[in-house]
Design a protein around this ligand. Structure first.
Ligand SMILES: Nc1ncnc2c1ncn2[C@@H]1O[C@H](COP(=O)(O)OP(=O)(O)O)[C@@H](O)[C@H]1O
Ligand SMILES: [Mg+2]
Length: 386
């Protein structure tokens, strides 16, 4: 990206994107080795494996599991084995059926969205695996959202080989979560997830964040655009949560602000400004994890809440109708809107609670507590325009 004056800032801004999976992940060697050790029997003896990755947000769980799976697929191919992985984000697909559909789509992208039951889907998956003699690594990211509703699918996947006499090594399951979800699994499912299969991701220290940032500075920016003290400052800020995503987002935003201001380099002031407008719930990863109808519902609520603390569901639904019209979308029915609201609450975007007996009678009132309305509105509008 080149500035109006022709002086460049970004060499390759995609290297800062939430879905860019780096080849090298400093300070994650231990976790990577742990996964390699856990999964080795799969190649040697066709024994399925399960793993559970736990750690705070931004500690590299999603990207390390993807990096590991991609490399593992290649290693398997060298040994003439077919391994395929799929990562399903359970914040986006919150039911067993939706998760299973995403798994099947990796085998057949025209597999119909509707019309088949869960047992039918499981047997379709079985056929694909048998036909291609493949092993599948199913990575369930943000698995706690799914487990809170049901662990039936996880159970079925971990017992996938029980129909066969000899070990087949058909399906391995990797659960990823910010908190320990094992206590929430039913005992039968739990028995397949041993404590020793848990891989922990600690928060990054300031020094570790500097190393991670240095890599991105080198690949995403032109030389000498991001001075060392700026990297240090970003790492200081992000070290509180030990969160590499936050660090990278601040780096990107600071670069964009420098670009807007026609500067030759990123300065500490852009870092401070970037920090003020960067919030985890506002990231593209987080917002685009919501489907369009939910983003429209959230936009409606945020607009209503720009000038007050609470709105009723009735007011929110009216505003939602307006947003639907604006974006030329069909307004969903009341019960559907109600479900969006429950999901937005569960995902931490809004807080919905009973109003108590007020002038309006008993209803549910909605508030925003974690993010300011204005940047949320702007981010949602940008995302809906894409
Ligand atoms: N050790 C690391 N080296 C390089 N980049 C990293 C590292 N850890 C995390 N990241 C980056 O930080 C961001 C957040 O990582 P992610 O895997 O999504 O974290 P989590 O899933 O634990 O929330 C991603 O852009 C990822 O590429
Ligand atoms: Mg993640």
């Amino acid at each position: 990206m080149v500035r109006a004056s022709g002086r460049p800032i970004f060499q390759d801004i995609r290297k800062l994107s939430f879905d860019y999976v780096p080849k090298r992940m400093p300070h994650r060697e231990k976790q990577r080795k742990a996964l390699e050790t856990l999964f080795r029997p799969l190649l040697e003896a066709r024994v399925s494996q399960n793993a559970f990755l736990v750690g705070h947000v931004g500690t590299g769980k999603t990207h390390l599991s993807t990096r590991f799976a991609l490399d593992f697929e290649q290693e398997a191919a060298r040994k003439n084995r077919t391994v395929r992985h799929v990562l399903v984000n359970c914040r986006q697909r919150m039911t067993d059926d939706a998760v299973l559909l995403a798994i099947l789509k990796t085998w057949d992208d025209r597999y119909p969205d509707r019309g088949f039951s869960i047992p039918e889907k499981l047997s379709a998956l079985r056929k694909h695996l048998e036909r291609s003699h493949a092993h599948m690594i199913v990575v369930l990211d943000e698995a706690d959202v799914l487990i809170r509703k049901s662990s039936d699918l996880i159970y079925a996947l971990t017992r996938f080989d029980e129909e066969y006499e000899a070990p087949q090594g058909s399906v391995s399951v990797v659960l990823i979560s910010q908190r320990d979800v094992l206590p929430f699994l039913d005992p039968a499912t739990l028995s397949t997830f041993r404590r020793s299969n848990m891989v922990e991701f600690g928060k990054y220290s300031q020094e570790e964040l500097v190393d991670i940032l240095d890599d991105r500075v080198k690949t995403a920016f032109f030389p000498d655009v991001v001075p060392e003290d700026v990297v240090q400052l970003i790492a200081d800020i992000a070290a509180e949560g030990g969160d590499a995503r936050y660090a990278i987002e601040i780096l990107q935003k600071a670069g964009e602000l420098a670009l807007d201001e026609n500067l030759r380099e990123v300065r500490p002031e852009q870092v401070r400004e970037a920090r003020a407008v960067t919030h985890a719930l506002l990231s593209r990863e987080s917002l685009e994890g919501l489907d369009r109808p939910k983003r429209m519902a959230l936009l409606a609520i945020a607009r209503k809440l720009e000038k007050k603390a609470y709105v009723t569901t009735g007011e929110a639904e009216e505003a939602y109708a307006v947003v639907c019209e604006e974006y030329g979308a069909n307004k969903r029915r009341h019960t559907q809107f109600w479900k969006y609201l429950q999901d937005l609450d569960l995902l931490g975007f809004v807080v919905a609670k009973p109003s108590g007996e007020g002038v309006t009678g008993k209803t549910t009132i909605i508030s925003l507590q974690d993010v300011p309305a204005k940047p949320l509105i702007e981010s949602l509008e940008a995302s809906l325009a894409r």
